[in-house]
Design a protein around this ligand. Sequence first.
Ligand code: GLN
Length: 303
Amino acid sequence: MRKILEHAMGEARKEIAFGETASYIPELGQVDKNQLGVCIYTSDGKKENIGDTDIRFTIQSISKVITLAVALERCGFYKVFEKVGMEPSGDAFNSLVKLDLSSNYPYNPMINSGAIAIASYLTPIISFKKMLEITRKLCMDEQITLNADVYLSEMSHISRNKAIAYLLESKGIIPGGSVQESLDFYVRMCSLNVTAESLANFGLVLAQGGIHPKTGEKLLDKEIVRVVKTIMLTCGMYDGSGEFAVHVGIPSKSGVGGGILSVVDKKMGIGIFGPALDGKGNSIAGRYILKSLSKELNLHMFA
Ligand code: GLN
């Protein structure tokens, strides 16, 4: 496995030149785009770390997976999907276009509009401190903290997400008066500092149906994990999800910090950090690595 991974990483590095960091959040524009790390954690307890797997970066949209799981647990399936759909949007993650059509709800919880809506359901019932605690547990990483620089940077360039939130409020999808606190919760969750290894740990928890791989503790309900993994498969790579499913076939979630969380059901969790992004906001080297791992290790869910 290590050899295959090393080879894939070598090839993936060539892709970095074609990607860019997410400079629409200025602090993310400062990150060195040549960093690359992959961690694979398998259900037999083995862990492979290659490259920059201990460098901290912000989780960004991968936090949408955690927020969704917690919302399903605390608010229930009906409430979560009452006004947020389960369909791929086919649009950019921060698009407003279809949301403005009078009948439309956010397409799914993995794009900004869906995640901000879900944040509004959670803010009255759970604190950010508790969310941080849950994130640390799911990622088996007590060192996860809020990256204050990225948080402040995003909060001062929040116009687009603010526009989305006000549109959600105007359509009655989020409660009146909840825009500010929903955005704050959403951006805080996006600004948590993880590593490729923390993502691999979380990936293995999901691969094992919510069970902690070391202690056997049930961290998430199996049924919730099933819903989350399915939505990662269909919507996790934004408007690149369909092509990714064909070529890779591994439920995954990306973030503009350069992270990708991947779940090979029952077998392994994969965490990747590669901050050079493609035009859709997915790690360009990360995508390449997952495609070659899927092929070389026969990981496609329909292989
Ligand atoms: N915080 C980012 C935003 O709202 C998250 C987007 C992402 O990772 N795709 O724009």
